[in-house]
Write a protein that binds this ligand. Sequence first.
Ligand SMILES: [Zn+2]
Length: 204
Amino acid sequence: MSNLARVTVVNVGYRSTNYWVVSAGTSRLLVDLGWPGTMSRMLAYLTRMDVPLEQIRYGLATHYHIDHAGLAQELKRAGVPLLVLDVQVPAIQAMKTWIKPQDNYVDITLQDNVTISFPESRSVLERIGIAGEIVHTPGHSDDSVSLLLDDGSVFTGDLTHPAFAGEADAEIVAASWRLLRDRGATRVYPGHGPVRPMHADVAV
Ligand SMILES: [Zn+2]
């Protein structure tokens, strides 16, 4: 499908949350961005997994909840641009509602992010050597997105497992999983828990 290099994936997660580093050689994308107040821990895990911070071309939050986007601003300050989908902008502001002073959260500024639409995502990723796209997968939250690679890997954040979707959001969750399956997802890298095959998530 593409002559871009094969990507590799490592997990630099902690506190029951996965933070995935997707690499095309030394060009890397960090998917989900740490708990607030844990920058030194994030840096230690990146070092442990041999990921130099300066090789991370973008940080992407699958959605703006504190366990997935808590270090976004600190990563920006350290030189990692924040890639934001346009549907996520309102959620960046809303996230603050859940934060307590003792979380040591650093507020995310809006004017200095790389804000794109879903159709733009493929070319943005291609420029950093990654073959894939970012798709809108609401269900857990309206701003939830998934990174879907052309090799079938999909990074779904907290997209609710269909078996655990409540009655109110069952339809929307099922539609998101169907979209991923129809676009070729085969292997799920969730925001919490182990990597699993796609067929375990979509019964139809
Ligand atoms: Zn969440």
